[in-house]
Write a protein that binds this ligand. Structure first.
Ligand SMILES: [Mn+2]
Length: 426
């Protein structure tokens, strides 16, 4: 299904007056503080985040999985779901595929469907963390780092196949996340595992088209619980440097130990021109896959402060590839993704409001109190009218969640797909 434009317009009209008065008030207040409203709203409208094809179904834990019905069971249906989110939010103009969870047969039909939903194909993701049916070698003891060369070769070959698929779709980047590591002390030789990983990544890198990027994701634990080969940003950075200019580090918000200063990692990587990709989610304990901004919205704002600073001051860093990386256990994924997109836009808008010149001068004066005031004044501003205006200008919904519910999107999907459709993914 696609969102009915007339219904969307009717929905917007019922909130339009309320929106206009709150927007005028905020625009007036911020203009007096020297904020260029038109420019800020345009930057929000331009900010697009990719949705991964695996986030559209019910996730699960090792204890169970609870369906919420009408899940997309084919790639076509997943593209339609992202199209629905994009129609409402105008912020999700890209989809990120995962091979082999996404099965591609008719490339032209898939590309046409994406175009008709106003979507492009973002990074393609390989999978060497589970065995595929009929595969010759097993990844039980690792993939790119495996002690057995035949397994490493299979994993390298798979990544190259994924690049080939991406080329046909118009993707421009490959994301590599490895589950490789060890569960027990002594199980693995750290140096050999790292060397194998570097050599394997270089093999993949050699096959990367000239205009492509390779993103190397890191994670400190899980599914291996004693060690992970690419455990942190430093290891990823080292490997990216070893591969070459087209290789970058990818930061996933959930892939850090508690209390890690992620904003400082972002800042360091951008200074070195190596922040290539970014995965949004939120967490309380580890890689919880919670809705972006649901637990630590202030941390997200501080991260965006560094991203905004880096995008302005670090021309050596490419524009990062943004993606939401989450798995949904108890919410309707489409509603959750809409909430995540709203949180991302909100943090971005607040970061845009920070008076960078005033902050710099307060830093030079070592005026610690003023530095904090500047950040928190921006953070405490209710920027939602700016987000609504950006969506309105782009033809989206003033209130995407309300529109989604009043249009009964989930019920229509259940009617179309049946109750028991199951999506592939996490
Ligand atoms: Mn990720």
């Amino acid at each position: 299904m696609q969102v009915n434009k007339e219904q969307l317009l009717a929905n917007n009209n019922s909130y339009r007056q309320t929106h206009e008065s709150s927007f005028d008030f905020l625009a007036n207040t911020l203009s007096k503080q020297g904020v260029n409203i038109k420019n800020t709203v345009q930057r929000l409208a331009d900010f697009q985040v990719a949705i991964p094809s695996w986030a559209l179904g019910a996730g699960g834990t090792r204890f169970g999985r609870f369906s919420y019905y009408g899940e997309p069971s084919t790639l076509e249906q997943k593209i339609e779901d992202v199209g629905i989110i994009h129609s409402l939010t105008k912020t999700a103009g890209a989809i990120s595929l995962h091979i082999p969870w996404d099965v591609l047969e008719d490339y032209n039909a898939i590309k046409e469907l994406a175009v008709s939903n106003d979507l492009v194909f973002d990074a393609v993701n390989s999978n060497t963390f589970q065995d595929q049916k009929g595969a010759k070698e097993s990844y039980k003891f690792g993939s790119l780092s495996n002690v057995n060369k035949a397994v490493r070769d299979q994993a390298v070959g798979h990544n190259i196949d994924v690049v080939e698929i991406g080329k046909k779709l118009g993707s421009k980047s490959l994301t590599v996340w490895l589950a490789d590591g060890s569960n027990f002390p002594g199980q693995s030789n750290f140096q050999t595992a790292l060397q194998h990983t570097e050599d394997s990544l270089k093999e993949i890198y050699k096959e990367l088209p000239i205009d492509w990027k390779m993103f190397i994701e890191y994670k400190p634990y899980e599914p291996n619980f004693y060690s992970t080969v690419i455990q942190d940003w430093g290891t990823s950075f080292m490997l990216a440097n070893a591969c070459g200019d087209k290789a970058y580090t990818l930061v996933d918000l959930g892939h850090h130990l508690p209390n890690t200063n992620i904003e400082q990692i972002v800042s360091t990587l951008m200074m070195k021109g190596k922040l290539g990709g970014f995965h949004f989610n939120d967490s309380k304990y580890g890689d919880d896959d919670s809705t972006v901004g649901s637990v630590k919205p202030y941390a997200l704002f501080l991260i965006f402060n560094e991203l905004v600073y880096g995008m302005k001051n670090n021309p050596q860093n490419p524009y990062p590839a943004w993606m939401i990386d989450a798995s949904h256990n108890i919410k309707d994924p489409l509603e959750d993704l809409i909430q995540s997109l709203e949180a991302i836009q909100e943090a971005y808008a607040k970061a845009l409001l920070i008076d960078q010149e005033m902050l710099r001068s307060a830093q030079l004066d070592n005026d610690v109190v003023l530095c904090q005031e500047i950040l928190q004044n921006a953070y405490r501003t209710d920027v939602r009218p700016l987000l609504r205006q950006a969506r309105l200008n782009s033809g989206g919904a003033l209130d995407p969640i309300k529109a989604y519910r009043s249009m009964k999107v989930r019920q229509k999907l259940i009617d179309e797909r049946g109750k028991n459709a199951v999506a592939s993914g996490l």
